[in-house]
Design a protein around this ligand. Structure first.
Ligand SMILES: Cc1cc2nc3c(=O)[nH]c(=O)nc-3n(C[C@H](O)[C@H](O)[C@H](O)COP(=O)(O)O)c2cc1C
Length: 170
């Protein structure tokens, strides 16, 4: 039984998190296929599913939301984990607290099935060229810090949790 790690990424940081999850899962005895949700992905071929997307405007990227909608019945029959890649670590003070509340907004829009075992809001990469001149100005005005905010220990911890849950059945 292999794990599907499906991701949607606009600028690459979510893809690299998904790849790291896949590598760690395999090291922990849970072989994983890491695939972009842009392609023709069939979750029926996998015994467990991990889905992740960059967050834009408090939503997963459209291709990832569409995937959940199209495959909700199949996802409901498999152990499912999800991760969202946003910016909590790039923000400070009240803005960081607001970012924390974003998790609920993202999940409400997805309406993932009850097979969901866990969700993590992770931090990704943000560069001025991703958001344009006005966006970069706004981001700096609210105290945002451009850069790579990924926490690889948190990613590895997610992989360890998934492997611990799956291994008895694999
Ligand atoms: C147009 C745009 C909108 C974004 N909107 C949000 C948002 O609503 N919430 C958030 O936490 N991060 C937001 N971000 C930050 C991205 O989620 C973050 O940079 C993430 O690492 C992107 O992943 P990727 O490199 O896989 O595309 C936004 C980034 C862009 C470029």
């Amino acid at each position: 039984m292999t794990v599907l790690v499906g991701y949607a990424s606009a600028h690459g940081s979510t893809r690299e998190i998904a790849q790291r999850l896949g590598t760690r899962l395999a090291e922990l005895g849970c072989p994983a296929d890491v695939v972009s949700l842009d392609g023709d992905v069939d979750p029926r071929a996998h015994g467990a599913v991990v889905l992740g997307s960059a967050v834009h405007g408090q939503h997963w990227l459209p291709v990832a939301e569409d995937f959940v909608r199209a495959h909700r019945d199949v996802l409901a029959e498999r152990p499912l984990w999800a991760f969202s890649v946003g910016l909590p670590a790039a923000l400070r003070g009240p803005w960081r607290r607001l970012a924390g509340k974003e998790e609920r907004v993202v999940l409400d829009a997805l309406a993932l099935p009850a097979s969901l075992r866990g969700h993590r809001l992770l931090s990704g990469v943000i560069a001025p060229e991703h958001v344009g001149r006005a966006g970069a100005l706004m981001f700096r005005l609210v105290g945002g810090r451009f850069g790579d905010h990924r926490d690889w220990q948190a990613v590895d911890a997610l992989a360890a949790d998934i492997a611990t849950a799956l291994r008895p059945g694999m």
